[in-house]
Design a protein around this ligand. Structure first.
Ligand SMILES: [Mn+2]
Length: 355
């Protein structure tokens, strides 16, 4: 097993959200190309990314009732990719695999279709709920991939997504994941996960969340109770936050959680979810004695933590097939389907290891 100091931290990086509208294809193309160029893609690869993202945006505008595209750089180890996540609220696709396989696009688009997006992307995944909405994920590396099947790419151990309250570009909710013990020959490792909702929303809340992420990044503490205690100390003098820290042992299939304030945490299975208890309080201001709870994370399940920017009353029975998807798609579809309050929104997902 690798020593703890080899821990790597995954954090959100400047997500650009683009809402569906007449100018979406042009703005998505421009943002995607700028992002790919900024992280050093070749002209040819910039053209690939632009083409795929334009097609995704064109499909959204032509076929969906409403939706949005999130573009962001995504750092894994030393490699940076362009990630495009497209969320819509319907009508959905009855036969995703067929649409990808056939490779022909619907009338009026660029004519390259889902199959071509799939071929241009290094990671590609779609989850669709007929009548209710689709989430499409495409991630692009600097090098053009070898063409593969309909759903491909590595499935990372965790992924999060934030969306600012409408009218803001900065989100006061944040997440971060630290790999404490990387997956090795002896099986998957363990992760520590932060979900943080800085009080209020927008830039002032983001200041609190940025500080929380910095503390989380710098500490070597792993037990959620210890991490939360450090966060409480470090956030003194700020407006404070609701937050939860979970330690996920993928080998044992167990989650230990310490939550303060209004953060929802669930172990989600196909047909049910069980909530993990958080305690009232404001980290950085007033905190009860931090208690932790340990529960099982059975094979096929996922840990989902989200802020109160998402309504709590979503149900896994309304999301068939979702838990097997890429964690970015799981996060995107829950955010898409739960319904958003007028607040910043944030969610982070850790699927159980396949055993
Ligand atoms: Mn909130």
């Amino acid at each position: 097993m690798e020593p703890v100091n080899s821990a790597s931290v995954t954090e959100p990086e400047d997500v650009v959200w683009l809402r569906a509208g007449d100018a979406l294809a042009a703005s998505a193309r421009r943002e995607a190309a700028a992002l790919a160029r900024r992280i050093g893609f070749t002209d040819r690869r910039v053209a690939d990314v632009s083409l795929a993202v334009t097609e995704i945006a064109t499909n959204l505008v032509r076929h969906a009732e409403d939706g949005a595209i999130a573009l962001r750089p995504s750092r894994t180890g030393g490699r940076v990719e362009v990630e495009c996540l497209c969320l819509d609220t319907g009508p959905g696709m009855a036969d995703v695999a067929g649409a990808v396989r056939d490779g022909h696009s619907s009338t009026g688009t660029l004519g390259i279709g889902l199959g071509a997006i799939d071929r241009l992307a290094d990671t590609f995944d779609v989850h669709s709920l007929p009548g209710r909405g689709t989430v499409l994920l495409a991630r692009f590396r600097a090098e053009r991939p070898v063409s593969t099947g309909e759903f491909h790419g590595p499935r990372p151990a965790a992924a999060g997504l934030t969306r600012p309250i409408s009218g803001e570009t900065v989100c006061g909710d944040t997440w971060a994941v630290r790999t404490a013990a990387p997956a090795g020959d002896d099986g998957p490792g363990s992760l520590t996960v932060l979900m943080c909702d800085g009080l209020g929303h927008g830039p002032l809340a983001a200041r609190v969340s940025d500080r929380a992420r910095q503390i989380f990044r710098e500490t070597t503490a792993e037990h959620p109770r210890d991490v939360v205690a450090l966060l409480h100390e470090g956030l003194r003098g700020t407006r404070g936050a609701a937050l939860a820290v979970a330690q996920v042992d993928l080998r044992l299939g167990q989650v230990t959680l310490c939550g303060i304030g209004n953060i929802s945490a669930f172990v989600v299975e196909h047909s049910r979810r069980s909530a993990l208890l958080s305690h009232p309080g404001i980290v950085g201001m007033q905190m009860p004695t931090a208690r932790t709870y340990t529960v099982d994370l059975p094979p096929g399940s996922a840990l989902v933590m989200h802020s109160d920017g998402l309504h709590q009353r979503w149900s896994p029975t309304d999301l068939p097939g979702l838990l097997t998807r890429h964690p970015s798609v799981i996060a995107g579809q829950i955010l898409n389907q739960a319904g958003l309050r007028r607040d910043d929104a944030g969610i982070v997902v850790v699927p159980a290891a396949n055993r």
